[in-house]
Design a protein around this ligand. Structure first.
Ligand SMILES: Nc1ncnc2c1ncn2[C@@H]1O[C@H](COP(=O)(O)OP(=O)(O)OP(=O)(O)O)[C@@H](O)[C@H]1O
Length: 292
């Protein structure tokens, strides 16, 4: 269990990135969902011992993250939002080198673990190819392979799916799913589907504050029967925005619009219940006080 208490961080320019964050994160896949600038990377970097908060307390299975960062680093795997371009060296050789840096001194042991992480991340077939020639998704999977070398218990992955095409994203999420069954995996994203497809626990963060923390299922359950949908003419959108709690809108093929509204009762004639989803929860959390 990772316990986070009263965590705050304000940057020198006055931006408050985290405002008294309190959260406990258990084993399995945890998704930290929030828009750009919400504070996700700041929180991830603090959890990964790369940045100090102004105040607060973090504890992972008896290890004080802030007081004994070296202890945490022994069991930590961290994949930053972006990582450097690798030289023209094969994945297999690079992993062997990282293994050495991580203190696996026996060549035989390194070979075994390198083969294992290459297989786990579906990179075994391309192990002899240069990492600098890998696609975006392959690079991200390589990032997971390297963090697995020291068999971490706590894995922190910062916005790994940003910029991946759907096929690569799926392959990446499958790898993460496999890894998450054994460990605590915390990953941040602004993509709602990443969380709904993958996580057994999640939080929504915005402006440095945790707005919601629960399982995706429970969060959706709380708004069941309160999401309504209707197709409307495009020029009517302002009226609905003005009068109702509009969650989201999108265009239909015939250029009409489909809107989703949050309301206890049918907003007006023509609305039907929509099956509530995590995107509704997300938009509602970000804008909780609109007209109902
Ligand atoms: N080094 C810094 N100096 C000043 N402000 C910063 C710094 N790093 C982040 N911020 C600000 O702190 C807030 C939180 O940023 P953070 O990167 O943690 O958010 P995020 O949720 O990861 O966003 P993104 O999805 O865009 O990466 C933002 O307003 C950001 O502009």
């Amino acid at each position: 269990m990772l316990e986070i208490q009263n965590l705050s961080k304000t940057y020198k320019n006055g931006t408050c990135a985290l405002n008294n964050v309190n959260i406990n994160i258990g084993k399995g896949m945890f998704g930290l969902l929030g828009p750009n600038g919400a504070g996700k990377s700041t929180l991830m970097r603090i959890m990964a011992t790369l940045q100090m908060p102004d105040s607060g307390f973090l504890n992972f299975e008896g290890i004080s993250v802030l007081n004994t960062p070296i202890e945490l680093q022994k069991i930590l795997g961290y994949l930053p939002q972006s990582f450097g371009v690798y030289p023209k060296i094969s994945a297999e050789k690079l992993l062997d080198y990282f293994g050495l840096l991580k203190g696996i001194s026996s060549k035989g042991e390194r070979q075994k673990i390198v083969q294992h992480v290459l297989e786990l991340t579906n990179l075994f077939e391309v192990r002899k190819k240069s990492v600098s020639g890998y696609s975006g998704g392959m690079k991200q999977r390589f990032g997971i392979a390297q963090l697995l070398l020291n068999n971490p218990k706590l894995i922190i992955v910062d916005e790994p799916t940003a910029g991946l095409d759907p096929g690569e994203r799926n392959r990446f999420l499958n790898v993460l799913r496999e890894v998450g069954s054994e460990n605590t995996v915390i990953f941040s994203t602004h993509i709602v589907d990443d969380v709904s497809e993958l996580c057994n626990d999640m939080a929504i963060i915005n402006k440095g504050e945790i707005l919601k923390h629960n399982t995706p299922k429970q969060l959706i359950k709380k708004i069941t029967n309160k999401v309504w949908t209707k197709n409307i003419a495009t020029d009517a959108i302002e009226r609905y925005q003005e009068n109702y709690h509009l969650l989201s809108s999108g265009f239909n093929a015939d250029n009409s619009m489909n809107i989703r509204i949050y309301a206890n009762n049918e907003p007006e004639d023509g609305f039907v219940h929509a099956t509530a989803n995590l995107e509704d929860v997300y938009f509602l959390s970000l804008n909780p006080n609109k007209k109902q």
